[in-house]
Write a protein that binds this ligand. Structure first.
Ligand code: HEM
Length: 215
């Protein structure tokens, strides 16, 4: 198999994995798997997939390092955009289907319900990341500013977990698991950053002014 064919295959596989949750909804729609309250079910599932894809995006860099598979880094941006797509669909589902564009209720929710306030803030922060993922815009930005902006993804993931924690009523195990995953990934990032910033013995000049590796 040529390298080009292999790349195409991996790329198609990643695309298929990202689109899988949507295909699952279609399948569940035909087989009656969308529960008795399909709106709430889809709304919640889209939120969960948004959070899962945010975690996967954050996990790509450590996985690429641990598995010694730098090729994985090629797909990080795409997976990140899918995280945005799922969160955007989650928001659309809430605004258009759940609230049926009842703007006064939506605004009241944003102001009065802390979990909606945090979810909305997380979405607002995600928008510039999605926009600046485009190659054209990325090339126009300074590398440092681009990386700094994209480090917001950690904050967004934390906000997603807090949003989840605040909305569950009794069993908080699931949001705590996601919280643990985000904490480990953030911890890994901080350790890497510390290692880059600390001068290695015998390595000459300190590397503090070297831009931190992205994500
Ligand atoms: C990064 C952004 C966001 C993430 C990661 C996220 C994630 C989640 C998750 C994981 C759930 C719970 C799913 C479950 O219970 O199984 C959820 C539920 C929900 N989210 Fe979000 N969300 C985000 C943004 C938003 C925004 C912008 C809104 C609306 C303005 C919103 C409104 C809701 C609502 C209404 C629910 C269902 C609450 C319920 O059924 O009681 N979310 N979200």
């Amino acid at each position: 198999m040529t390298r080009q064919t292999k790349d195409r295959l991996i790329s198609a596989l990643v695309w298929l994995l990202c689109v899988m949750p949507l295909l699952l909804f279609v399948w569940q729609g035909f087989t009656g798997g969308l529960t008795a309250n399909p709106i709430e079910y889809i709304l919640r599932e889209l939120g969960l997939w948004g959070l899962r894809f945010l975690c996967i995006t954050l996990a790509i860099s450590p996985l690429a390092k641990l598995l010694k598979m730098p090729v994985l880094m090629r797909y990080r941006r795409r997976v990140g955009l899918w995280a945005f797509a799922y969160v955007a669909l989650h928001l659309i589902m809430y605004v258009a289907v759940d609230q049926q564009f009842g703007w006064s209720f939506i605004i009241e929710d944003i102001v009065k319900r802390p979990y909606i306030t945090i979810g909305m803030a997380a979405f607002v922060l995600l928008v510039p990341l999605a926009i600046t993922s485009a190659n054209r815009i990325r090339r126009k930005m300074r590398v440092r500013s681009w990386r700094r902006l994209h480090q917001l993804i950690y904050l967004i993931a934390v906000m997603g977990v807090v949003h989840y924690l605040l909305l569950v009523k009794a069993d908080i195990r699931s949001p705590l698991i996601y919280g643990g995953i985000v904490a480990v990934l953030l911890g890994w990032r901080l350790v890497m950053r510390f290692r880059v910033a600390r001068p290695r013995p015998g390595s000459g000049a300190p590397s503090l002014d070297r831009p931190a590796r992205s994500l």
